[in-house]
Design a protein around this ligand. Sequence first.
Ligand code: NAD
Length: 464
Amino acid sequence: MSTLIALDKASGASLGTVPAATPADVDAAVERAAAAQPAWAALTYNERAAVLRRAALELTNRAATLRELIVRETGSIPGKADYEIGAASGELLEAAALAARPIGEVRPSNHAGRFSLAERVPLGVVAAITPWNFPLVLGMRVIAPALALGNTVVLKPSPETPLSGGAMLADLFAAAGLPAGVFQVVQGGAEVGSRLVEHPATAMVHFTGSTTVGRSIAATAGGLLKKVSLELGGNNALVVLDDADLDQAAMIGAWSSFHYQGQTCITAGRHVVHAAVADAYVAALAGRAQAIEVGDPHTGAVGLGPMINERQHARAAELLASAVTAGATVVTGGPQDPPFFRPTVVTGVTPEMRLWREEIFAPIAPVLVVSDAEEAVKVVNDTEYGLVNSVLTADLRRGLSVARRLRGGMAHVNDATPQDEALAPFGGIGQSGLGGRSGGDDNLDEFTQRRWLTTTDLPVHYPY
Ligand code: NAD
């Protein structure tokens, strides 16, 4: 039996192993999920909600163990682990409330005597495929609402985070009393994910990860006429206008680009700064970058931990070097010995550079100077991605008018690009996603489908 090893990302130590799923294991998990689904959907909403509330309680009881696991397995500081635990608990509680939302509506009918109902019904088995960066909450964001609405779920976490992204979720739901087969985890890489996507009994694929993999999953799902939901990468911008409070702007800029080593889909990979404040902004941002300690978050009080693996470290170093070769200047930061990377500020960046055009996924803040808000909008919108952007200004009306012109599914005025809430419509457009949204009532559309149901008072009349 082959196994996956969960590694501490800073030290390289083993945190444990999990069995890797074979194709037969994947098939068996999907078949168990399909068999368990009708009985799970037939429970009362309150019975389903009760399991979700118990899972939230279990999560809180396990917070200390989980915190250490997330710190070590994802290489994050404890604050990010606490965020994940709190957000995952919020997802469970909001999903418990979602189970009690109306599941149908009466539609007007043109037929006399007809009662016309649009009923929401579960999809069936949902396949969830998740990335390594926020393994707990990105899994829960799918599992909790899908279960609340009567689906069963088979989850495939990233092989980088088999414990905090998979095994501990299985333990949690087992402890909460979820019936067997309703939620299962299959461990492995691309081949295990593909098998889940292709299995005829998975009704929907919910994928969170890179645009490249998302595109190939969408192609397969399209061929199979299977519902697919994609939460993909981003190349998000932070716009600093000439009237912005620069102290706030530097703090927001540092958080937007450096938090969790820049390894989130909602990281700001582009700083678009008005010329009137550019020098002062860069100096303040660089000052904040220099003050951040980098190291092992399990053993030291640091602000940034390790990159997830050497491949990501090498890619970030190469992107940075290619920008420097093309004329950019590193004001502060740069790669250290793998897996560490200092928070980095780069100026002299142009829109043609790969550092500007590609999703970086490292703690690098490239700065591009513009002469007015109009140019800022043009520069921000010159991307195929469309996840989130932020605008910083003293004038809220100006901020709103700029924010609403920026390409993306989400925009914030006077705050950082990384934002998420259980009730917010989270999602992107273009190469960042298919346009579906997770959060609040949007989850009803994600995880149910409509059935048109009518009754008619006899008699009806037809030609024959
Ligand atoms: P990835 O695309 O490499 O992998 C994501 C998941 O897909 C993993 O579980 C992986 O094993 C699996 N996978 C890989 N190839 C597959 C295939 N052919 N078939 C089925 N499954 C396959 O992404 P990653 O490196 O784990 O995560 C980083 C990426 O995720 C970034 O691009 C980031 O922007 C994106 N992301 C997006 C969001 C969002 O909500 N929009 C959130 C977090 C991360």
